[in-house]
Design a protein around this ligand. Structure first.
Ligand SMILES: [Zn+2]
Length: 150
């Protein structure tokens, strides 16, 4: 059994789509980033990589590489899953907390949970997505833990 921990934050930016957990959420601003800014998928990616001590998201997809400009973060998650499988593990569960002032995540939580589960190849009851409405309106933060089983 292995446990990984991931953390990420992105600043809000007007005029870009808001993507959280591979789901586009209707909102007047999105998250800035070199890729599509999907803060949840980035934290899960780092938690999975961390669980198998396989580096972090930046070691596979350097933000300095123009190749990843505007990239769909699903690509990052798929690489992490590949590393998990190469190390001989499977995902048992993922627990994540979004920390942001707006928008409200609760109306979208089920959809995000289902999409993340689909991406991870697990059941929705193996994925927890909760949120706390805190901090400023400038940042979206995520903390995430992933448990892997042999
Ligand atoms: Zn990120």
């Amino acid at each position: 059994m292995r446990i990984g921990y991931g953390w990420d934050s992105h600043e809000f930016q007007a005029g870009v789509p808001l993507k959280i957990g591979g789901v586009e959420i209707p909102f007047y601003k999105g998250l800035a980033g070199h890729s599509d800014g999907d803060v949840l998928l980035h934290a899960i990616t780092d938690a999975l990589l961390g669980a198998v001590a396989a580096g972090d998201i930046g070691s596979y997809f350097p933000p300095t590489d123009p190749k990843w400009k505007g990239a769909d973060s699903v690509i990052f998650l798929e690489e992490a899953l590949k590393q998990v499988r190469l190390a001989g593990y499977t995902v048992s569960n993922v627990d994540s907390t979004l920390i942001l002032a707006e928008p409200k995540i609760i109306p979208h939580a089920k959809k995000i949970q289902a999409r993340v589960a689909e991406l991870l190849g697990v059941q929705p009851n193996q994925v927890s997505v909760t949120s706390v409405l805190r901090v400023s309106k400038v940042l979206a933060l995520v903390s995430c833990a992933a448990l892997l089983l042999t």
